[in-house]
Design a protein around this ligand. Structure first.
Ligand code: CNA
Length: 244
């Protein structure tokens, strides 16, 4: 076991209130592209930049184009949790990890068995009628596309919108409060798979006042300089060596 992994294991062993703060890099090893890596969604050619498409004003004015992107790029039907999701769930079961705070919208932490998950940006697994608030799953959104131009309509006729926080929309207060409380009370914060450039989410790590701050990310981030331990490598190659 290399020295940094040993240090990480010792930090985990001596902590009892760990929080994991993650982003799209947690799910790349499940086959879901992130935004900013080499093969991320921002490098793919699309008629509009992704941050434009997943904004509220675009949703309101170019609804068909929004759903074409949403169905094709953001709903990943058969994705399975990877070793990082599974180890985090094990750490929670062992009573060491108290919460996962995620910017991801893929539901994979819950699929892995994690119970306390703060989904800052919502979930593609939930979609709701903007008229009567009836909820629909992700299959409904996919199956409602008889042609790529078809909009997902509720039985009442209302448009079914993803329960995902779009650019220009605010975060849910309860989720934010839960996430901030968990981070503020943690004795160890592990940040992983996030470029830490999307706000306000990225600012949440500033609430941490515990003993061990660890950053695990393939590329450099703004958290590197304040972290006690920095690992620039794939999350899977780290978590496969960690004992709960
Ligand atoms: P991002 O900006 O794409 O950054 C991802 C970061 O993860 C990059 O710095 C990569 O270097 C790093 N990374 C990629 N793969 C790995 C790996 N295997 N191990 C370690 N590091 C890795 O994504 P952020 O989450 O920071 O940006 C926030 C956006 C992305 C949120 O609003 C999400 O909703 C959105 N997003 C989510 C998903 C998902 O739910 N799986 C997918 C794509 C985008």
């Amino acid at each position: 076991m290399d020295e940094k992994i040993e240090t990480l294991q010792k930090m985990i062993d001596s902590s009892s209130n760990i929080v994991f703060f993650g982003g799209a890099g947690v799910s790349t090893e499940s086959g879901i592209p992130d935004f900013r890596s080499q093969d991320g969604l921002y490098r793919q050619q699309w008629k509009y930049p992704p941050e434009t498409i997943i904004s509220r004003s675009f949703f309101d004015t170019n609804t068909k184009e929004f759903y074409r992107f949403y169905r094709e790029k953001l709903i990943i039907k058969d994705a399975k949790p990877n070793i990082t999701h599974l180890k985090l769930a094990e750490l929670e079961k062992a009573g060491k990890l108290k919460a996962v705070v995620t910017q991801n919208i893929d539901g994979l932490h819950q699929k892995a068995g994690s119970k306390t998950v703060y989904e800052l940006h919502g979930s593609t697994l939930r979609n709701y009628c903007m008229n009567c608030h009836k909820f629909y799953d992700d299959s409904f959104i996919l199956e409602s596309a008889s042609s790529p131009d078809t909009l997902p309509r509720c039985e009442c006729g209302g448009l079914v919108k993803p329960d995902v926080v779009l650019y220009e929309e605010g975060l849910d207060d309860n989720v934010v409060n839960g996430a901030l409380k968990a981070i503020a009370e943690a004795d160890m914060l592990i940040i992983g798979g996030t470029s830490l450039v999307v706000y306000p989410a990225a600012g949440f790590i500033r609430y941490f006042k515990g003993d061990h701050l660890v950053m695990i990310n393939k590329s450099e981030t703004q958290a590197d300089e304040m972290a006690d331990l920095v690992l620039h490598q794939g999350l899977g190659s780290v978590f496969e060596q960690i004992r709960a």
